[in-house]
Write a protein that binds this ligand. Sequence first.
Ligand SMILES: Nc1ncnc2c1ncn2[C@@H]1O[C@H](COP(=O)(O)OP(=O)(O)OP(=O)(O)O)[C@@H](O)[C@H]1O
Ligand SMILES: [Mg+2]
Length: 258
Amino acid sequence: MLLDVSSLSKSFGQTLAVSDVSFSVDRGEVIALIGASGSGKTTTLRMINRLIEPDSGQVSLDGKKASEVPAHHWRRRIGYVVQGAGLFPHFSIFENVGITPALQKRSPADIKETVISLLDMVGLPAQTYADRKPAQLSGGQQQRVNLARALAGHPSLVLMDEPFGALDAITKSDLIYDLLSLRERLGFAAVIVTHDLSEALRFADRIGVMEGGHLIQMGTIETLIRAPAASSVSDMLDAARRHSAEVEAAFSRAGPSG
Ligand SMILES: Nc1ncnc2c1ncn2[C@@H]1O[C@H](COP(=O)(O)OP(=O)(O)OP(=O)(O)O)[C@@H](O)[C@H]1O
Ligand SMILES: [Mg+2]
């Protein structure tokens, strides 16, 4: 097991944003977190990354509890991709991707090699893009830089908050393909927040369904279909099935009772 999330809870004033959320992620495994707006997905990621501290519960990574490691060290071991934000506007693309390796005090030659190879892997060759500023890239290209930057510290875990949100269907599809091939090559695990179940089916080993701060169920799509833990899970699956061939195909795979 790589990541263990145990009974995490967080309130903001009267709002119980996350309530008693527990799950674990294996090395190299990809989890999709899905759920309505306000269901606690971002707050869960932010607690895993220690951008906010939980009211109760704990997180451990690679057998180390969060409480045993200073927050800034903890964060360097985890890649974090935030939708539509996060690139430093005055830094070049090269500098943006090289931030974490520089903080890790790796040698300039090592940093250069890492940045160039990651830019290449996400389809932005360094000769063309390394010296540009973020504003000189399209939204989809900036999202690729975000992905490269999140991987530059060689993290064993990457958290992504709606990384494909604002992209057109083709760009999104390309980026998911890139993500899957990067994962194949680099072997990281990921927790990826999405609103779109058919998108989740393309990259996730398991899917976690959040509602009202609770993690209602986490499992393979076949498990969710065969044994939904609540009517909200089956309602979500039925709604997705009506407009997604991928979800319909999962119902067929799950067997005749679906
Ligand atoms: N810093 C904050 N201060 C006060 N309330 C917050 C804060 N962050 C989140 N909340 C509240 O906590 C709840 C969960 O928010 P969260 O951002 O985790 O939802 P989400 O599932 O990521 O939603 P979305 O899909 O819209 O991004 C919401 O009711 C939200 O208003
Ligand atoms: Mg969110």
